[in-house]
Structures are given as C-alpha cells and as structure tokens.
Design a protein around this ligand. Structure first.
Ligand code: 16G
Length: 244
C-alpha cells in the first residue's frame, strides 16, 4: 500500500510501545483522510511486513482501531477503513449532502412511510395545526451496505408534495417544493442503543449511539421537520470550531 510509508513516518515521530504508536499513526492518517473511507488494507502478513511490526502487534492494533470505529472487517473481504463521519455541528446539511461532499455514495432503506393527520403531541410541539397532513418517514441511512444511522422524520405533506415516495434526498425534495429548513434547533445526547434501534443499526443492544432531536423551521418561522435520529457512535463524530 502506497500510504504505508507515511504511516511508518508517523510512527517514527511518536514515542511509546510499538502497538500504541501504530494505533496513533493510523488514527491520525484516517482523521486527515490520508487513508480514505472504504479503502482496503493489505493482507495481514504483507501489511505487518511493510510496517515492520509483528503480526500479533498488527492484529492487536487493528482490534483496537475496530473497537474505536476506525476500521471494520467484512467477512471474506478483509479489513478496510470504516466510513467515519466528522460532521461540523453548525452547518445546516442533510445526510445526502454530508455523504456526497465526502465522495461517498448515500442510500436509504425505508422502514416506514405513512401519511396521517399530525399526531397531537407533535402538533403541540411544532405548532402545526390539528388536521395538518404530515408524512412520517423512517429510513435507515447507509453508505453502500454500511448502516450509519436511522432517521425518523415528520413533516407537512405540503412541504414535499403528495407524490413524494421517500426515496432520494428529503431536503432536495423540499428545495424543489419551496425550501428546506433555514433554521434548526437540535439537541444531541449520548445514549445506549435500545434493542430495536440496535437491531436496525446492526450494533449490539446498549452500544453507544447519538440520539439527535431536530426541529427545522422555514424562513417564515413555520415548522418544516420534526425528526429523531439515531447515529452510530462508532461512525459519527460532531465537530465544532469555537472562538473566544
Ligand atoms: C439528516 C437529518 C434529518 C434529515 C436528513 C435529510 C440529522 C441529525 N438529521 O439525517 O433530520 O431529515 O438529514 O437528509 O442531521 P436527506 O436530504 O438525505 O433525506
């Protein structure tokens, strides 16, 4: 692998046990995208040889990186760099925007799609008048076959049009129909995945997930989206630039 040289250089600039240095070197190379999402790693014997470490050191380091969500193993296909998203917390973007801007291929699997008068609790929370027709859309959000998270969005049918079938980007559809949310209030908390969510995300029950509640407002102040998302803790990291 052409990047191996770079990883070795990073290892040489660090101190500490070999395995720790390898983990740190790989982590930094993944974070600055020297190693890109989806990139396969060489077979164990070859990679260990190129890095100048023993196979057991390499194996332990890769186990650590897998636990931290930096690499993943696909049976029969070997180890590759995991899709790991560093998402600026202050940019108003949707899932499709986020993946396309990183050169990844987003896809969705629809788990639920229904049109119904707005449920009373949502009406109270959002100010959408009783009787407003809303769509409830629950989707698994994926990059290729890799599940990143689950979105459950409720939005006025009028904001997408009655013929919207839930495929493709919700925000792109809203753009075409009059506009996506212009302002968002969002809360984000760490939680342990309940069994049903874990099942959908392909992680163990109790694994770390980010539970995100977002309410999106149109420029005029009316609510365009009330959404709950569960993003995999080992795939997502929110980042922010903070100034004094
Ligand atoms: C993100 C939003 C979700 C929105 C979706 C639109 C968070 C936590 N959630 O997943 O509320 O519905 O993007 O994405 O950011 P789309 O345009 O790809 O359908």
């Amino acid at each position: 692998m052409t990047e191996t040289h770079d990883i070795r250089r990073r290892m040489d600039s660090l101190t500490g046990p070999l395995g720790t240095r390898l983990v740190m070197a790989m982590t930094s190379a993944i974070e600055d995208r020297t190693l890109g999402a989806g990139q396969p790693l060489p077979p164990e014997r070859e990679f260990a040889h190129e890095l100048g470490v023993s196979r057991s050191t390499l194996r332990q380091s890769l186990e650590q990186l897998a636990k931290d969500g930096y690499v993943a193993t696909r049976p029969g296909a070997g180890t590759f760099i995991a899709n790991r998203i560093f998402k600026p917390i202050t940019r108003l973007t949707g899932f499709t925007d986020d993946m396309l801007s990183r050169g990844l291929r987003p896809s969705s699997r629809i788990l639920e799609l229904k049109v119904t008068p707005v449920p009373p609790d949502i009406s109270f929370r959002t100010g959408l008048p009783f009787g407003t027709q809303v769509m409830i859309l629950t989707r698994l959000r994926q990059v290729d076959e890799d599940v990143m998270g689950l979105d459950r969005s409720i939005f006025p049918l009028q904001s997408v049009g009655a013929d919207y079938d839930g495929t493709g980007s919700l925000y792109a559809r809203m753009d075409a129909m009059g506009g996506r949310p212009r302002r968002i209030m969002q809360s984000l908390k760490a939680t342990e995945a309940p069994a049903d969510i874990a099942g959908h995300l392909g992680i163990r029950t109790g694994a770390a997930v980010l539970a995100i509640h977002r309410i999106g407002y149109a420029a005029a102040g009316n609510v365009l989206e009330d959404a709950m998302s569960w993003y995999r803790g080992d795939r997502y990291e929110y980042i922010a630039e903070i100034t004094a």
